[in-house]
Design a protein around this ligand. Structure first.
Ligand SMILES: O=c1ccn([C@@H]2O[C@H](COP(=O)(O)O)[C@@H](O)[C@H]2O)c(=O)[nH]1
Length: 281
């Protein structure tokens, strides 16, 4: 598999056409209420349909947050399946934000759920936690590569609590000391040396991370824009040293607050996307 045929090529093409902002679909109970919808499967379903209609034809990448569908059980998953299919049909890449991570044998079942053609939840990529060890993600990394899909691995998350684990120092190696987060970045960069950009990272846009991202050669999902306080202007500073073509800021509530009117929601997305494009250059 080469760059021309891997996940990276798909990502580069769609972001070149539609711009670098990932739209989050996060059906918080409070948002359903603000949109005049019941906190029920019907409300969830209507919210999802509005999001797909407003965002899927314009956004390069859409990230449904799986956690908000799960409380509705099987009916919630049925809505999620519709969201994933609707976004993909409209030409957007889908990141299922499921943050999966487990021992390898269980990880292979998660990989099949989110990355195998036969699964009704099959997406273009999934988020994963490497904190059971980067190599525990191997089944997902291999399946993703085979299918021209991606895995976005948590490196330095946008929440302040992440620092305890992610900024801790690993054992000294010949290369010296590095943070746990940098060790994840380095593992992802080594994985992407084949040019496929199968491995993306999650690096919050909310603060300076101190990571060296220059050799990643893969997408950097950067949540935190809008509701968590990061602005488009912050991106240049936070991601100084990274290739801007790979930086993919994400916003959920900041855009979703403009609903439920489809045109207003789409306009809010387009405005936020244009600010990001201007800031990243
Ligand atoms: O480090 C991380 C990783 C994931 N997220 C997710 O992104 C969205 C952010 O939502 P906003 O409404 O734009 O704050 C949400 O789904 C998080 O679970 C993150 O924020 N930080």
């Amino acid at each position: 598999m080469t760059e021309a045929s891997g996940f990276g090529a798909r990502y580069r093409q769609v972001t070149a056409e539609r711009g670098r902002l990932c739209a989050g679909i996060d059906p918080h109970a409070a948002l359903l209420t603000d949109w005049g919808l019941d906190v029920s499967v019907d409300g969830l379903s209507r919210f999802a349909d509005i999001c797909v209609e407003a965002l899927a034809p314009s956004a390069a990448v859409i990230k449904p947050q799986v956690a908000f569908f799960e409380p509705f059980g099987a009916a919630g998953f049925a809505v999620l399946e519709r969201v994933i299919a609707g976004c993909r049909e409209a030409g957007a890449l889908v990141i299922a934000d499921a943050k999966r991570g487990d021992i390898g044998s269980t990880m292979s079942a998660y990989a099949r759920a989110w990355l195998a053609d036969a699964s009704p939840l099959c997406s273009d990529s999934v988020t994963a936690s490497p904190y059971l060890g980067y190599e525990s993600l191997r089944p997902a990394l291999d399946l993703a590569r085979e299918g021209r899909r991606g895995v976005f691995v948590l490196a330095r998350t946008s929440n302040p609590e992440g620092a305890d684990v992610q900024k801790a120092l690993t054992e000294k190696t010949s290369a010296g000391e590095r943070t746990v987060a940098q060790s994840i970045v380095d593992a992802a960069a080594a994985e992407n040396a084949d040019g496929t950009a199968t491995v993306g990272l999650v690096v919050g846009a909310t603060r300076e991370h101190g990571l060296d991202l220059a050799d990643l050669n893969g997408p950097i999902l950067a949540p935190g824009l809008g509701a968590q306080g990061a602005t488009a202007e912050d991106l240049k500073v936070v991601f100084d040293g990274a290739d801007p073509a790979w930086v993919l800021p994400a916003s959920s509530r900041g855009v979703l607050r403009a609903g439920p009117d489809v045109a207003s929601l789409r306009n809010a997305f387009v405005q936020a996307r244009d600010e990001v494009e201007y800031a990243l250059g």
